[in-house]
Design a protein around this ligand. Structure first.
Ligand code: AMP
Ligand code: MG
Length: 399
């Protein structure tokens, strides 16, 4: 059996060994979740001018602090309408986001001011230089790189790009990922189940995971447990996919035809990986397409996707740090009989900030994924006692 780390290293090397993917130019609105191909630098300072953080009065600190007499208001500066230089001995009525007039060095908020009947204003609190002024370039300096190549774009990243006036981005062309389920017992939702049949959980799940990573996905249907049909369908899929994923049919039963088909059409490495759930994992090539065979049990398919396929897909698209962010938290359970494989238990963080696990950890129990919040890593062969610090990987870091 290969260790998880060894398997992951081989997959990442395979992904990076395929060289750079094509770059495409996309509108900002279409770029969510895409991976940036070129660093994004700002052509402007943000903000581009000193501006007010408050609705209030802009003036000179010395005049506003010293004067016991109210000061006249010499101009009104709403956002989007720059005023003129500030006349000595006066203040400007100013609104949030409006440019600070030349000569003013602080803004005092309107809650700390009293306007007299003649329209002059006095202040009820002292003011310090720079107070309530958002300085030019306080967020971003002209020339600064705001987004590094290889970053997956979040909604806030799109906002940041917009804030520097960038409306188009160079991103990596996503992988085209085709997904097959397999098995004569598999039926589709909407169909009626005959005895011995089950619904296809894996295909919508794996398609959803791939889509969530920004891949272009192709639903390739379900492979019957039939050698020739399997060969034909895999061969066809290779023409249109960068990555073909199958679920099931890669263990040792004689109804498992996928391994043989991939070996005949291309190359196949079948790895027994030391993770639980998820032992059988196949990797290979059919023509230009990469092939990955996931286990059939739904939880095993889910875990192998998020722990192995996900980093492969990200690395193939130029992401350098593909490790999911985990945190170490104390276990609120005992795990006295660890497996010889590294285990990924489904669990959550409880109100005491400790890790709890789902009662049913069988790899066929898909509700153990949906009813939990993350994966808890148990190192191979190491018994765990309540209080032990274990790595928790929240789903948000995996999907
Ligand atoms: P296999 O590796 O094909 O023997 O599948 C292992 C187990 O996973 C069997 O119990 C299958 O019925 C089940 N399984 C395989 N594919 C799916 C699927 N697409 N949806 C739900 N269960 C599946
Ligand atoms: Mg099967």
């Amino acid at each position: 059996m290969k260790s998880f780390d060894e398997t992951l290293a081989m997959l990442l090397a395979a992904a990076r060994g395929r060289g750079h993917r094509p770059i495409i130019s996309l509108d900002l609105a279409d770029s969510l979740g895409r991976i940036v191909a070129q660093p994004v630098a700002s052509a402007i300072d943000v903000p581009a001018y000193d501006n007010s953080q408050m609705d209030g009065y802009a003036g000179r600190v010395a005049e506003m602090n010293l004067s016991s007499d109210p000061l006249p208001v010499s101009q009104r500066i709403p956002a989007g309408h720059p005023g003129g230089p500030l006349a000595p001995g006066t203040v400007a009525r100013i609104f949030t986001g409006a440019p600070i007039p030349q000569g003013a060095n602080a803004v005092i908020m309107q809650e700390e001011s009293v306007v007299s009947e003649d329209g002059r204003v006095r202040f009820t609190a002292p003011v310090a230089p720079g107070q309530n002024i958002r300085p030019r370039a306080g967020d971003i300096k002209q020339g600064q790189i705001v987004i590094q190549a290889g970053r997956r774009l979040s909604a806030a990243d799109l906002g940041l790009c917009a804030s520097i006036g960038v409306g188009k981005l160079e991103v990596i062309e996503p992988l085209t990922v085709g997904v097959f389920s397999s098995g004569d017992e598999i039926r589709q939702p909407g169909e009626t189940l005959a005895p011995g049949q089950i619904y296809d959980s894996n295909r919508p799940m794996i398609l959803g995971l791939a889509k969530g990573l920004g891949c272009r996905v192709i639903d390739l249907g379900c492979l019957p447990d039939h050698a020739e049909v399997t060969r034909e369908k895999l061969s066809q899929a290779a023409a249109s996919c960068d990555l073909i994923i199958t679920c099931g049919g890669v263990s040792v039963g004689e109804e498992d035809h996928i391994k043989a088909a991939v070996s005949e059409l291309g190359t196949l490495d079948l790895w027994k990986i030391a993770i639980k759930p998820g032992k059988p994992f196949a990797f290979g090539h059919i023509d230009q397409a990469v092939f990955m065979g996931l286990p059939g049990n739904p939880v095993a398919a889910w875990v192998t996707f998020v722990m192995l396929v996900r980093p492969y897909i990200l690395a193939a698209c130029g992401v350098t740090d593909t490790d999911p962010q985990g945190v170490h938290l104390p276990a609120d359970f005992d795990w006295p009989k660890p497996d010889v494989r590294q285990e990924y238990l489904r669990g959550w963080v409880n109100a005491r900030g400790c890790l709890e696990i789902h009662a049913r950890q069988n790899s066929s129990v898909l509700s153990s994924v949906t009813e939990c919040e993350g994966l808890i890593e148990i190192p191979a062969g190491v018994p765990q006692k309540r209080g032990a610090l274990l790595r928790f990987i929240p789903y948000s870091a995996l999907t």
